[in-house]
Design a protein around this ligand. Structure first.
Ligand code: 0A1
Ligand code: ZN
Length: 840
């Protein structure tokens, strides 16, 4: 088992780097990397460099060869002067690099991925984020396009030179060499500097890059407007690559993207894809200040850049689209991924204090909960103080590698508030449960709150946190009698009074989802229906309906009756639907199987995946029957003429597809078949195809789809994903096995692997099939992928993180599958850490 790294062990690096010079002679099997690093001592200590899988040809200090022997993945050189130049020549094999970490080949193009610790696969270097240096890079290659970070210095046949003046850690280094075409524009910054913008794609893909480029321009404008942040180089390059472990990477001036987050046309990308492209282009661009200009001191501080940058990209999307819809969608993601993580064996704080493999900590907790924590901070200090604190953060820490303590100090200094208790949100794992009870007498409402957080691995004690509770009061006639008010809960139990009320109001609680907590309260279905009809806060309004549906589904999945109030309340939702189609679509979408299972488990019972699936389907049929005419009317009314990927059109299509899901329960797929044949956009075609799979009428459409898109990898990923996802649970594993046997199941490509395997794990009743076939299939493929790409394997092993909440028979089957993975000879450090934690 690999050594555990501890936050408490961090020590400053004893040297500063004045300049890093790199020269690359690119070759698929034998790339040579020459480095020349100017070190200057700032404290006593040896020179420690990181390197993995390098063939070292030559090492020198100030031109004199040194014979230092690597100690594992480190090179230690002792007795050095106070200033010296370290030189190395190493050889690496990009073509053999299937882990996609360091320098690798994707579709014949050279590219890099250095976060978190990929640079050590390129050459010997202090591969830690607090060692920052200006980089000068020379690339020799016969590829036509040669890119690196910063500004271009010179370009000639077979060679290019780049200089990045902004000191940066090695994880932000990037290099690209390939036969690429640019889709270009330019941007003039707020102080008048011109920036050349390029989105680089493979020849032929140019018509699919326009939306990414427009999104980049909107991002640059937005960061100037919302945060006063200006771009700082003469060029901004984005490159799309097909083989990439994650979504995208913020390398300074040279962002590298998974091609699925760049390439889009109406015929090949869904509204969801377009929204993600805009959001991720924004995310990576915003990193230029929150991540690059100000970076992390060590990897324990990852949420310093990621939480803040997710928060910023969420604000950006809210401004570009509908803030209410974005908030609801973000909360759904948070609950589905982060609450799930927080409730299981992989729970960790947004700022962990130990890890074995840092790549296992690019999690929903670090990213999404990290963003929620910032949202709470903003709510507590107010918008103006938030802006003042951010201004202070940028001016005080520009060019530095920082910690969460630095971040909190900025807010304390800007506002004068003591944030000691608030810091628990960063250091403590687990989702607090907030319980509210209410009493109403003589015009006075008393709300008694209690907070508790269950123990998480390594953290048995959970002191009370500060919880901003935004609430409003709605009178019995539906009028708001108290506008949004933020209560600050700081103790384990606390009461708040509201006087002078005429009649007992209904509490609209946790408006805007003001804190990442779960809520327990007794509420009558009538009160929930009142909020669904009248709440002025769109999040709380949606939540009321969602809770009503969830309670009904849980009753049905556990052998009781329920759901009638929800079905009745939908009448109002359908009446209002044309005014805000996207919001209505969210209200119409029943909680998914996974969420129902999670909620049953949180309430202390054992979820039955088959009963949940059956209950949900039965309720859909009942709803469809009750409102068939309304659904049919809306389905026709929400047809869009010319396709635009904007929020308005996307909202109409999402409502249309929500109606189609219900109608397909009654018409046997007739409308879906017609839509599949006639739609001019992928959103509706894919939506129709999913319904056809669910109704068992997909053989012909799937064949047509394949014939049409055989040569488009990204679209074929959808084809691989929807089949296991939408197949009847009893058929899904068999279907997945057939798909996995196809020659075009190019499983070494992370997108293709994820499409099929995550498609299946997202089919709750199929993955958790009682016979264990889902667990076995997924474990088999994780074991096959691990030696090839450990990062993606480890990440996907989290599908098993909820296994302990199911019945003992399922638990035994999941445990056996996990044990087989754990026992695999040569299992990677990444996957070993995950499986050990899940099994603990
Ligand atoms: N910093 C990137 C995420 C990222 C992390 C690791 C990667 O390779 C293992 C790649 C990308 C972001 O937040 O977008
Ligand atoms: Zn990020």
């Amino acid at each position: 088992m690999a050594a555990t790294q501890y936050l408490a062990d961090w020590q400053a690096y004893p040297f500063q780097i004045d300049q890093t010079r790199l020269t690359f002679h690119l070759d698929p099997r034998a790339t040579r990397v020459l480095s020349q690093i100017e070190f200057r001592r700032i404290a006593p200590g040896d020179l420690v460099l990181d390197g993995v899988g390098l063939t070292t040809l030559h090492l020198a200090i100030d031109g004199k060869p040194v014979t230092a022997t690597p100690e594992g993945e480190r090179l230690v050189i002792r007795d050095l002067p106070d200033a010296f130049t370290f030189q190395a020549e190493v050889q690496i094999d990009p073509q053999a690099n299937t882990a996609l970490e360091g320098l690798y080949l994707s579709g014949g193009m050279f590219c890099t991925q250095c976060e978190a610790q990929g640079f050590r696969h390129i050459t010997w270097y202090p591969d830690r984020p607090d060692v920052m240096a200006p980089f000068h890079v020379t690339i020799h290659s016969d590829m036509p396009v040669l890119l690196s970070n910063g500004n271009p210095v010179s370009q000639s046949a077979g060679m290019a030179e780049w200089h990045d003046p902004w000191p940066k850690p090695a994880y932000l280094f990037a290099l690209v060499a390939g036969d690429l075409r640019a889709v270009s524009d330019s941007f003039t910054t707020m102080s008048g500097a011109d920036v050349a913008l390029n989105v680089w794609v493979r020849p032929g893909d140019e018509p699919r890059a326009g939306y990414a480029l427009e999104s980049l321009i909107r991002s640059m404008q937005w960061d100037e407007r919302a945060y006063g942040r200006e771009y700082d180089l003469s060029v901004f390059n984005i490159v799309a690559v097909d083989d990439f472990n994650m979504g995208a990477m913020e390398n300074k001036g040279l962002n590298i993207f998974n091609s699925k987050l760049v390439l889009a046309t109406a015929e090949t990308a869904t509204d969801g894809d377009y929204e993600r492209i805009e959001g991720v282009i924004g995310h990576e661009y915003f990193h230029n200040w929150t991540g690059n200009r100000i970076t992390c001191r060590d990897w324990f501080q990852l949420c310093l850049k990621e939480g803040l940058t997710v928060f910023r990209d969420q604000q950006f999307t809210s401004d570009m689209r509908s803030a209410a819809v974005k908030r609801i969608a973000d909360v759904q993601t948070l609950r589905a991924r982060q609450f799930r993580e927080d409730a299981g064996p992989l729970a960790h704080p947004p700022r962990p204090d130990h890890y074995q493999e840092i790549n296992n900590f690019y999690t929903a907790t670090v990213y999404e909960k990290g963003a929620e924590v910032i949202g709470m901070l903003k709510r507590l200090v107010g918008d103006d103080a938030y802006r003042a604190a951010l201004d202070l953060y940028f001016s005080r820490h520009d060019g530095q590698a920082c910690t969460i303590e630095d971040w909190i100090a900025v807010f304390q200094d800007a506002t004068g508030r003591d944030l000691t208790q608030f810091k628990l949100w960063y250091t403590d794992a687990g989702t607090p449960r907030l319980t509210m009870t209410e009493t109403f007498t003589d015009g006075t409402l008393v709300l008694d709150f209690a907070q508790t957080t269950a123990p998480t691995p390594g953290q048995p004690e959970k002191p009370a946190r500060v919880i901003p509770i935004a609430l409003g009061l709605i009178g019995p006639n539906g009028d708001q009698v108290l506008d949004t008010t933020v209560l600050e809960m700081t103790d384990a139990t606390q009461s708040f009074r509201f006087d002078g009320l005429g009649a007992r109001p209904v509490v609209s609680l946790l408006r805007g989802f003001s804190a990442p907590v779960t809520v327990t309260r007794q509420m009558s279905p009538a009160d929930q229906a009142l909020l669904l009809a009248h709440d002025t806060d769109p999040f709380a309004r949606w939540q009321a309906g969602h809770d009503l549906a969830l309670d009904g589904l849980i009753a049905r999945a556990t052998g009781a009756t329920g759901g009638a109030e929800f079905i009745r309340a939908l009448a109002g939702v359908l009446d209002d639907a044309p005014a805000d189609p996207a919001f209505a679509a969210l209200c119409l979408a029943l909680p998914g199987d996974e969420e129902i299972a999670t909620t049953i488990a949180t309430r202390g019972a054992v979820p039955d995946p088959d009963a949940i699936h059956a209950a949900r389907r039965a309720m859909m049929t009942e709803i469809a029957t009750a409102y068939e005419a309304q659904f049919a009317g809306l389905y026709d009314a929400m047809a869009t003429e010319t396709y635009h990927p904007d929020a308005k059109g996307a909202g109409r299509r999402s409502l249309r597809l929500a109606c189609l899901a219900y109608l397909s329960r009654l018409d046997g797929g007739d409308r879906a078949q017609h839509l599949f044949a006639s739609a001019d956009n992928m959103t509706e075609r894919q939506g129709a195809l999913e319904q056809l799979i669910a109704t068992g009428r997909a053989a012909q459409p799937l064949a047509e789809f394949e014939a049409q898109f055989r040569d488009n990898r990204l679209v074929m990923d959808k084809w691989f994903m929807v089949q296991p996802l939408r197949a009847a649970p009893g058929d899904a594993v068999a279907r997945a096995r057939e798909l996995a046997a196809r020659p075009d199941f190019d499983w070494k490509n992370p997108n293709r692997f994820r499409a099929l395997i995550a498609g299946l794990t997202a089919n709750h009743a199929a993955f958790h099939a009682a016979d264990g076939s889902g667990y076995d299939f997924v474990a088999e493929w994780l074991m096959k992928l691990d030696p090839v790409n450990a990062q993606t394997t480890a990440r996907m092993s989290s599908a098993f993180e909820t296994f302990a909440r199911y019945d003992t028979a399922r638990q035994a089957k999941a445990r056996a599958a996990l044990q087989r993975i754990a026992d695999l000879p040569g299992l990677s450090r990444n996957t070993a850490e995950m499986v050990t934690r899940i099994l603990a």
